[in-house]
Design a protein around this ligand. Structure first.
Ligand code: PLP
Length: 453
């Protein structure tokens, strides 16, 4: 009997995160202060010291605290699956594996970093955390993490998602958090944006600015980011390390190709970074890594590698990253988690070094892929994940055309149970593709900060 699921025991779960900064052939560029434009750390009024330390650490492995491991064990190690029925439906000689992060209590990979961040805040004596959320996955992950450690949680949720996905808000509230639609009347920046555009659909950039302002103006409060930053990507390497171990020790195979979707880059990088180490060590020279984004928010495939602010208000540090401009508001596609103007510096850097490649796919094609996955594998995937599934199917069909039996590994970032309204629109023919908003991007790129480096 061929095995379908490849499990690690709890005591086989990795006990350290992997830090790619120890092995990059060229170091990451610095973060710059939004006003002075000189190299800076993360603002200490937003991030506790331990997370700031991790952001710039060059240590190859960082121990996962026992308290964090104990919570991880509620759902980790997650399962690695072989997608036999999808392979059969595609009639492909490719072997497709997927690591499924949808079994966390919040339904995605995001608790991997939320739990770590809540832990370090608790340890530093912080009582309250403010954050933003796009589709609601990050807000719910952080709400859950704060619940475990008895920390108050305030979530600014992008308005379009708040309206499209009311149950995510309920999830946050069940875990004890407060959730408001962004732009909100709770901050200066939110009030300013509402005054100019009362119907603003919101964006991840706007919500970040609100959460940052909240943390900066409340006692004993810090901010928390669900993606993009180096320490977040490092926390997610639990995914790739578990997968690498399971592939090598339980499957007895190594991927030819790794595919993941990118909003800020954390789940894809969490999967590919531990494998990228093999490539950098000269052991897996042919490993191909593909990251996938929406054509309506094509940060890597269309945006330049440029210095830009992490948020709309220009309060966050400036990073060298692929960006569509910090003032860019993407069309309201259902993959809310992929609607961010920038891309994590690590992913941007890996693209620049030619270590990974990016692809953009349109919305309808991603839902077509997601439905095909559900009708073969059973699992209903998040609209974000469907972007990666699209490319996995495309690549598996290419294998068929070329008669090649490649091992394709999918980073499956989460389930889509809170996204049924989007599936409903797709199935009833109401879902549309959005063109690349070229004029809006051009306008936004005119507002990049002037940096002379
Ligand atoms: C948030 C989210 C993403 C995108 O975020 P990354 O940081 O790029 O991983 C992808 N998939 C799911 C299910 C998400 O919740």
């Amino acid at each position: 009997m061929d095995k379908t699921k490849f499990y690690l025991e709890e005591n086989e779960m990795p006990t350290a995160w992997y830090n790619i900064q120890a092995d990059l052939p060229e170091p990451l560029p610095p973060l710059l202060h939004p006003q002075t434009k000189e190299p800076t750390i993360l603002p200490p009024f937003l991030f506790v010291d331990e997370l700031n330390k991790q952001e710039f650490s060059k240590e190859r492995y960082v121990d996962i605290p026992e308290e964090v491991q104990a919570i991880y064990r509620s759902w980790r190690p997650t399962t690695l699956f072989r997608a036999y029925r999808l392979e059969k439906a595609l009639d492909t000689p490719a072997k497709i594996y997927y690591k499924f992060e949808g079994t966390s209590p919040a339904g995605s990979h995001k608790p991997n970093t939320a739990v770590a961040q809540a832990y370090y805040n608790k340890k530093a004596g912080i009582k309250r955390i403010a954050t933003e959320t796009g589709a609601g996955q990050w807000g719910s992950a952080l709400a859950m993490a704060c619940m475990y450690f008895g920390i108050e949680c305030k979530v600014y949720m992008v308005r379009v998602s708040y309206e499209q996905k009311p149950y995510r808000r309920n999830l946050m509230e069940v875990w004890g958090a407060t959730c408001v639609p962004s732009p909100s009347t709770d901050t200066n920046i939110g009030r300013k944006i509402l005054a100019e555009d009362p119907d603003s659909p919101g964006s991840l950039g706007i919500a970040i600015s609100e959460a940052v302002e909240d943390a900066a103006t409340h006692d004993n409060t810090r901010y928390s980011l669900g993606s993009v930053l180096n320490h977040v990507l490092m926390h997610q390497t639990i995914i790739g390390q578990e997968t690498r171990k399971a592939m090598m020790e339980k499957v007895g195979a190594y991927p030819d190709m790794i595919v993941g979707c990118i909003g800020g880059g954390s789940n894809a990088a969490g999967m590919f970074l531990p494998f990228l180490k093999d490539k950098l060590d000269g052991k897996q020279k042919n490993l191909k890594i593909i990251v996938v984004e929406p054509t309506s928010c094509p940060t890597v495939t269309k945006g330049p590698l440029a210095w830009d602010y992490g948020d709309v208000a220009g309060m966050a540090p400036i990073a060298l990253m692929h960006t569509l401009g910090h003032t860019f508001v993407p069309p309201p596609v259902h993959a809310g988690g992929l609607r961010y103007h920038g891309m994590s510096p690590i992913v941007s850097h890996c693209v620049k070094l030619g270590l990974i490649e990016a692809r953009a796919v349109p919305q309808l094609a991603t839902f077509e892929a997601g439905v095909q996955f559900a009708r073969t594998e059973g699992y209903i995937s998040a609209p974000e994940t469907n972007h990666a599934i699209r490319v996995v199917i495309d690549e598996a069909l290419k294998c068929k055309a070329e008669g090649k039996s490649k091992v394709i590994l999918l980073a499956h970032s989460g389930h889509g149970h809170f996204d049924m309204a989007a599936y409903d629109q797709y199935l009833s023919g109401k879902l549309q593709d959005y063109d690349y908003p070229e004029a809006m991007v051009k306008e936004a790129l005119a507002h990049l900060p002037q940096v002379s480096r």
